[in-house]
Design a binder for this molecule. Sequence first.
Ligand SMILES: Cc1ncc(COP(=O)(O)O)c(C=O)c1O
Length: 422
Amino acid sequence: MPVITEPSALDALRRQDPELAEVILGETARQADGLQLIAAENFTSPAVLAALGSPLANKYAEGYPGARHHGGCEIVDVAERMAVERAKALFGAAHANVQAHSGSSAVLAAYAVLLRPGDTVLAMGLPSGGHLTHGSPANFSGRWFDFVPYGVDPESGLIDLDEVRALARAHRPKAIVCGSISYPRHIDYAAFREIADDVGAHLIADAAHPIGLVAGGAAPNPVPYADIVCATTHKVLRGPRGGMLLCGAELADRVDRAVFPFTQGGAQMHTIAAKAVAFGEASTPAFTGYAHQVVANARVLAAALEAEGFAVTTGGTDTHLVTVDPAPLGDGGSDGGGVDGRTARGRLASAGIVLDTCALPYGEGRGLRLGTAAVTTQGMGETEMARIAVLLSGVVRDAFDGRAVREEVRDLAGRFPPYPGG
Ligand SMILES: Cc1ncc(COP(=O)(O)O)c(C=O)c1O
């Protein structure tokens, strides 16, 4: 299957709007030309792209299957029912809402169900790896709710459940949020449930990052423990950019009403169809193998980075995420200090290695956050991870010839095209 839907569609775009067609082709080439280690990204399948680029994008469909505010929804209703049933089966949930436009929209809807403005919420603090929707003053969450942050242990980098319990008892939050943008270890959902029950709080699992590993049986499932699970459908899950919510039957109607009409309008039926395709793919043994390989690759990458001198947060990983402090590598500049995450990211970008910075447990400077979802989709394995660690170290230390590294990165990526024949 060609990558950008039908070649005829691309030809038509080229004729009508060559400037924009160039942008699409340029970005497609950029993605294939380097190492994509951004932990929140992946390469969706051609089937997912086909659904996204389909005429379902034309359909207005406010409401839910069988109860729409627009006519002509009988066919897109089938797509949404398929997405819902597949998500329920994949995650063992009594109810799934697949309309949330994004992970942030899913979190907003979960808060709308369980909270009222001014309520107290306990969540991982942003400096420790919480998401913007976990209480940032720049986000609706920080403006409308009273967030109390928990952190991670500055030495181990691990969530300190005793601290979470003490804060929960002291502040009696209406809800506790577990989930992070950079925590590389499994989250103990049973322990969070127990703490929530102890203080009479709701538990919201924001599983945007691990949900794809959950689908592939490579991470614990929050569904049996959380009142509501929020997630994204991109990242390791490898679907279209979007969100979803999972919950028990008792909250089903309230979750649906919190998405539409409370926080969103019409459902995006092309994206929902693409979510159905992705859930179908994630139900296969091939995806289970993929999810486990993502974790195996991350473990090799973490160990190899440690051997190169990076300080690996929490000493390793259980997931697709690896977070490291590059400071021990030195050569941060004329003062002889350690290299900071931002400087390291810039050097790596010049070499075609694309990743993010992240917070560090001890709160000083920035670290690097890497993810193995995209490179694993490309078919890279443990040999490639070990080599990537060497390249990272050489580039961050500014010890390699930039042009030679760029060529090696290009060659490595070229051997694993994300869309063979695309
Ligand atoms: C934990 C967590 N929650 C929410 C989100 C928000 O997702 P989106 O960018 O789709 O709004 C993310 C995105 O990375 C995330 O990691």
